[in-house]
Design a protein around this ligand. Sequence first.
Ligand SMILES: *Cc1c(COP(=O)(O)O)cnc(C)c1O
Length: 370
Amino acid sequence: MEIETVAIHVPRSRRDGAIAPPINLSTTFEHGPANEALYAHEYIRDGNPNVDDLQTRLASMENAAGCVAFASGMAAATALVQTLKPGARILFHNNIYFDVIALAGKLMPNWGIEFERRDLTDPTALAAGLAKKPALVWLESPSNPQLDIIDIKAAADAAHSVGAKVVVDSTFAPPVIQRPLDFGVDFVLHSLTKYMGGHSDIQGGAIAFACDDGRFAELAHIRRITGGVLSPFNAWMVSRGVQTLACRVERHCANALAVARALAARPEIARVRYPFLESDPGYEIARRQMTAGGGMVSVEVKGGRSAALKVASKVKLFTNATSLGGVESLIEHRASVEGKATSTPDSLLRLSIGLEAPQDLIADLVAALD
Ligand SMILES: *Cc1c(COP(=O)(O)O)cnc(C)c1O
């Protein structure tokens, strides 16, 4: 079955003929007098029917052996780090989601986990990082917010040759346009808050894995102990969201390509970052591992910070707000959000292209640039 069908028909847990599944809010389930299991669930922090359904659905969509859902993308990222022992090392791509960088810099030292950030678009930098024997290589492709593209298969092969596992945070490229596990990586991580939910109204995260060598039990155990549990309502909302993922993302991608092309033609713009623009440095690789370029476009405005902020303050349809993947278009000056330690250029505006008519979005940006 193709992913569009899987998203709608897996799992088939219709119990009473209802076409839309029920939400099961119970925090506790009956057990025997000596805690004998009578039903599939006992306590909400261990598991819930809506969370189970979502995990099954996402695992099928990712061609994964299994999936564990969390309260947020950051809870999922943290759980993956917590599978490592003190002394282990993580090799990160340098320009990744800023709170993952904060997790590395502020919390990992407390746990004795070492890390290094390198430009993993460069195979030589990857090889130098792998020489230090990391346990885990952490990629984002496309990366947030610079839209760097990393050759997922080449990185997975190189990492595996030194015994490292690989995770791809594929939040910018949901499984209808990129399935990292198909290119040999061990884990795919998603913030469900973005395209999977798709309507800027829920938070969640997930890790899907290629092989269940005890991974499900390990991640579910960490979730149980640390409590980063996805609520049944949010699980239900994401299950609902992913059923329209293919349609929504197709339109996000078409709109984003139109916006990227229009902006690339403007004299006020120094650089457009979009993986499916022929001029993008990641274009060739993106064409091999993605079926469309995604809904995110980043642009560098000539004139630096002040010129970028001027555009962000003049747009009318685009709203200045963080996050991405919703139906409405958003704009954000990422350097202002990420703070002093950021590696994001001051001239960069990140655009989350929504589902509006592309000519309206382009007209809004052009009017703000003029
Ligand atoms: C938003 C985001 C996250 C964090 O997800 P939350 O649901 O906000 O915790 C992680 N990685 C990327 C690439 C993101 O865009």
